[in-house]
Design a protein around this ligand. Structure first.
Ligand SMILES: Cc1cc2nc3c(=O)[nH]c(=O)nc-3n(C[C@H](O)[C@H](O)[C@H](O)COP(=O)(O)OP(=O)(O)OC[C@H]3O[C@@H](n4cnc5c(N)ncnc54)[C@H](O)[C@@H]3O)c2cc1C
Length: 351
């Protein structure tokens, strides 16, 4: 998303940007997403939810998002819901194919199957993170076992590597990621959303060895539970549900309906450890990564900072490549991509 937004805005400002897209289609993970672009309703809640994030960048995203969403709408991006449906957050839900088409048209020169190369002049790194690289995920996130990928296949850390090659500094939260627990089975892109097992807060959660491992309350986003799962043997867990949990609702579906889609659901007496009394069903889940949270360190003009804390000439990052915004928690990746994309376009050239 961030690259397309940046080019669209730069073109509006009179520049002639080129978007170099490695994939066979534009839109990256945005195209595959639920496309809810949101911020926390209150600034204090954002800080409390993501306490390790860079405060200046958080401020930028939080303060600019509403105007940025209006800008998307002014381009003709299709809104399917004017609210997020979550009382903690405000934002809008867009239709991802329509949003991608609008941004591609506004960006102008988008070249598919063309990985970026170093250029003379400003370069905005917007490759979407490093979740697709097993090597980089092992190095920085260090899960107990490989994570399943729940994202576009092309975001393999090319932006991170290019930044590091130019002595960029890393942000906080290199070991964190945003993801979902999914059934521990293969799944396709069209199943990323419907198969997400987003009811861990009502389950008893055990690891493969039958140990209940998550202390305390699971957060509303369940991202803490997913990251804890990534650190258990096999990066897997069992969700064990009683009748009451089975009947809960997640948005427009019951938990029972979500479980029914999971190929790894089984009866409690089939578990490899004794089921708690009153169990109705169990689902084997695996941690899946949607995007990394740490990345290149940028300032509030999207300029990449070097180890010495100074901006590196002509080098910018936006979207997931710009790390450290939601460190310690979870915030909208699309919101960061949108605001940092606009910011980078407006900062180039930046003497
Ligand atoms: C199933 C799913 C649901 C989601 N739902 C939401 C949601 O509702 N709300 C929300 O805020 N976020 C959501 N997200 C996350 C959101 O999609 C991402 O945070 C967002 O797309 C990140 O934007 P980006 O521009 O950094 O990366 P992307 O949108 O992934 O774009 C990165 C692009 O860079 C390209 N690329 C990679 N390497 C190179 C290279 N070397 N050269 C050129 N191009 C390259 C990729 O092919 C890709 O097109 C969801 C994601 C998924 C997968």
């Amino acid at each position: 998303m961030a690259g397309l937004v940046c080019a669209a805005r730069a073109r509006e400002l009179g520049a002639r940007p080129v978007v170099l897209e490695k994939g066979t289609r534009p839109g990256g993970s945005m195209l595959l997403s639920s496309c809810v672009i949101w911020r926390y309703r209150s600034w204090d809640e954002f800080r409390a939810e993501c306490p390790g994030g860079d405060e200046q960048l958080q401020r930028l995203v939080w303060e600019r998002l509403d105007e940025a969403i209006e800008w998307l709408e002014s381009l003709g991006a299709p809104v399917v819901a004017g609210e997020t449906g979550n009382p903690r957050t405000v934002g809008k839900r867009f239709e991802p194919c329509g949003l991608t088409d609008v941004l591609v048209r506004a960006a102008g020169d988008v070249r598919l199957e063309t990985p970026f190369a170093e250029v003379d002049g400003p370069l905005v790194l917007a490759t979407g993170g490093f979740q697709g690289s097993r090597e980089l995920v092992d190095r920085y996130v260090a899960p107990a076992a490989p994570l399943r990928l729940r994202a576009n296949p092309w975001s393999v850390g090319d932006g991170l590597r290019a930044g590091l090659a130019r002595d960029a500094a890393l942000s906080a939260g290199m070991d964190e990621f945003y993801g979902r627990n999914m059934p521990d089975a293969d799944f396709s892109e069209s199943e990323f959303v419907p198969l997400a097992q987003l009811y861990g807060r009502w389950a008893r959660v055990f690891d493969e060895e039958g140990r209940e491992f998550f202390p305390g309350k699971v957060s509303w986003s369940e991202n803490d539970l997913v990251q804890a799962t990534a650190r258990r043997p096999g990066a897997r867990a069992w969700y064990v549900l009683d009748e009451a949990a089975h009947e809960r609702r997640v948005r427009d579906r019951t938990v029972a309906e979500i479980v029914a889609l999971a190929p790894t659901a089984l009866a409690p007496d089939e578990l490899p450890f004794p089921a708690p009394p009153g169990s109705k069903v169990a689902v084997r889940v695996a941690a899946a990564i949607t995007h990394t949270i740490g990345g290149l360190r940028v300032n509030e003009r999207a300029r990449i900072l070097g180890e010495d804390g100074r901006p590196i000439a002509d080098l910018y990052a936006a979207g997931v490549d710009a790390g450290g915004i939601s460190t310690g928690g979870y915030a909208s990746g699309l919101a960061s991509a949108l605001v940092l994309g606009l910011t980078a376009a407006e900062a180039v050239p930046d003497p």
